[in-house]
Write a protein that binds this ligand. Structure first.
Ligand code: MN
Length: 204
């Protein structure tokens, strides 16, 4: 199990076929203000690949091809944010989508703890640290703790998806989940277009 750090783009052909777990680290929570610093990816075979960006250099043709590949499902935890950031900075729609936070909300209805840490602990019994969550992802050199934290955000998603997929089937909510996943790229577009705080489905 190795964490690879790449500057500006992925090397060609690093992933096995199949779904790819994806996460992003940014300078903050507002895509229009806070730049994309890092994209983390894993194919579930044991290694993680981190792609780091210099400011204003988002060419990354290999990474874009992987993220935009319509034949590869991308696994996220809270895809809404990652899809918006990837659209804003890389100009791509990074679907099709499986979002473990949406799936968690649809099956773990007995709790309101749907953060990555709680979801992973309950679905696959893994404890991940969130200690580096708020750190300077734009720093010229990332610390080993930052790299390991970033990699751990994609390391376990394939395993969690397997459990959540079974539970969605058990509760008869597979179709509902898929409809939500299919809408997520549009939800991200709404966020970027100015409807982030305003629920267009609400009465008022
Ligand atoms: Mn993360």
């Amino acid at each position: 199990m190795t964490v690879y750090l790449h500057e500006r783009d992925l090397p060609a052909d690093v992933f096995a076929p199949g779904p790819i777990a994806v996460d992003t680290e940014t300078m903050g929570l507002h895509p229009a203000r806070d730049r994309l610093c890092l994209v983390q990816l894993a194919d579930g075979q044991g290694d993680e690949h981190l792609v780091r960006f210099a400011p204003r250099d988002y060419a990354a043709p290999v990474l874009k091809a992987v993220l935009a590949d319509p034949h590869r499902t991308k696994l996220y935890h809270f895809a809404r944010f990652d899809l918006a950031v990837l659209k804003a900075y890389l100009g791509i729609d990074a679907g099709p989508v499986f979002c473990t936070k949406i799936a968690s909300k649809l099956v773990r209805t007995y709790t309101d703890r749907h953060g990555l840490k709680d979801m992973l602990r309950e679905t696959i019994g893994v404890d991940v640290s969130k200690a580096q969550q708020s750190s300077d992802w734009g720093a010229p050199v990332l610390s080993d703790a930052q790299k390991d934290y970033a990699a751990s955000d994609v390391r376990f998603l394939h395993r969690a998806v397997a459990v959540l997929t079974e539970r969605l089937a058990r509760e008869g909510r597979t179709g509902l989940a898929q409809a939500c996943f299919d809408f997520l790229p549009w939800r991200a577009e709404l966020d970027l277009a100015g409807w982030a705080e305003n629920d267009i489905f609400a009465h008022l």
